[in-house]
Design a protein around this ligand. Structure first.
Ligand code: FMN
Length: 200
């Protein structure tokens, strides 16, 4: 029988942030890449947030998979001061479609922080209400991870492990692209002028 849990923890990054490549701090990018690859195989999901040198992560999955994973994450030297803020049984996943959704500080988070009287992201000052508000904000906003992080196929030998897929990145739809629409319209006008000239 399924024994789903949801663990929330905070921690402090130990690395000095480098300039972002592909929109993400490179150390965080590597963490996210490993997380998505491993979590897809293990049926784990959730969200990772990184801002102002701190992490907030929600890990969701089967208890006997999430608990050892949390211990592995605890040993990771890329962060310290790990504090589990909540560990609860869950009926269903909050981040249903994600092996690991990712966001950093953006307008929605800034607004949430301001609303609760914070100038910056300092989760060590948060109470349960603040974590609830942060979770809701992270649930509602778009993922910011780079498009080319791996979406590894599940290992067929893990047949009793629930499989989770990294989300697919929506492809650009030409009908929504103003440039493509403009070019199509110009081509139509040229074709009509050519037709009129040919007729007269
Ligand atoms: C803030 C933070 C969050 C992490 N989250 C995950 C995660 O969700 N899943 C995961 O497999 N590893 C995660 N890791 C990485 C693990 O600590 C560890 O490096 C990784 O699982 C080892 O994977 P490997 O055996 O494939 O090298 C995280 C690390 C940090 C610092």
């Amino acid at each position: 029988m399924s024994d789903l849990i949801c663990v929330l923890y905070i921690s402090r990054a130990t690395f000095k942030p480098l300039p972002a490549t592909k929109g993400i701090e490179p150390n965080v990018g590597r963490i996210l890449q490993a997380s998505r690859t491993n979590n897809a195989r293990r049926g784990v999901g959730g969200v990772l947030f990184y801002g102002d040198g701190c992490f907030f992560q929600c890990l969701e999955g089967e208890r006997d998979i999430v608990k050892p994973l949390l211990e592995t994450i605890r040993q990771d030297e890329r962060h310290t001061d790990i504090r589990v803020v909540s560990e609860q049984s869950a009926k269903q996943r909050y981040f249903e479609d994600w092996t690991m959704k990712y966001t950093s500080i953006n307008d929605a988070v800034k607004t949430m922080l301001k609303t609760h009287g914070f100038e910056r992201f300092d989760p060590y000052q948060f109470d349960a209400n603040h974590f609830r508000a942060l979770l809701k904000t992270l649930k509602d906003i778009n993922d910011e991870g780079p498009a080319d992080l791996p979406d590894e196929p599940p290992n067929p030998s893990d047949s009793d492990t629930p499989k989770r897929k990294a989300p697919t990145i929506p492809k650009t739809d030409a009908s929504n692209d103003p440039l493509a629409r403009g070019l199509a319209f110009a081509a139509l006008v040229v074709a009509l002028v050519a037709l009129v000239l040919a007729l007269f």
